[in-house]
Design a protein around this ligand. Sequence first.
Ligand SMILES: [Mg+2]
Length: 302
Amino acid sequence: MTKSTILIVDDMVANIKVLGELLKDEYKIRLATNGEKALQISRSSNPPDLILLDVIMPEMDGYEVCAQLKTDKATKNIPVIFITAMDLEKDETKGLSLGAVDYITKPFSLPIVKARVKTHLELKHHRDILEDLSTLDGLTGISNRRRFDEILEIEWLRALRESTSLALLMIDIDHFKLYNDNYGHIAGDDCLKLVAKNLLDGIPRPADFLARYGGEEFAAILPMTDTKGAVTVGSSLIMHINALKIPHVHSLVSDQITISIGAASIIPDRRNSSVFLIENADNCLYLAKEGGRNRVESTDTG
Ligand SMILES: [Mg+2]
């Protein structure tokens, strides 16, 4: 199992050192000495599994950091434990009401901090498992449409914040109805599973995301990717699926299973939404179908 990552946020370097020393053998430790930096790390593509958060910091205090984390879909599930010298009941109540899972007051006992961190990481791990079950497609085991909608929203907001290009591939198996009609639904399901697995293998980077969009349609979200990059990925997926040589003698474009892909990219701005990106990729998929299938068509909407 990979080590969990803990983000320690405190404006006093001495405090960070004490907590870092305590936890560094069991966890990967990241550090932030102000709220802004803490938010930046939490919103990155490699977020922490748990945050130890000081309350009193200049500029943005811990309450504000926690409130911002909890209003953002991408960060709201990261458990936050406040560690603070503010030991009044009203302070603790405020911290918990903002969505923190725990509140530890200074001076703290190191073994207790360690034990609470462990407990909350375990709880998060179990929540993650349940979350996975509700976001996976039952047949293919890859992410489902619900998860796709969530990830697209998260990546859209990230690309908007960072002014980077976000690309989307809409992928459809060619003449899949003819496949089902001739080979039967069990073979059809096997075909979907095999295609899903190979599309997943063919998506190059860890930040890229593939989901079953519905029926025989899949969608891939490619952060930090322009149209040219999306077409490169799309072309390689098409070759990948061709190389499987799944027989489909009733296909009208080939004697084996092929896919068509619509690729679009955009640098988001506040005037549009992710629906615009989906529509563009969908239109390109339509063009790929019209153009003879087994191909990728693209548009640059940025
Ligand atoms: Mg402080």
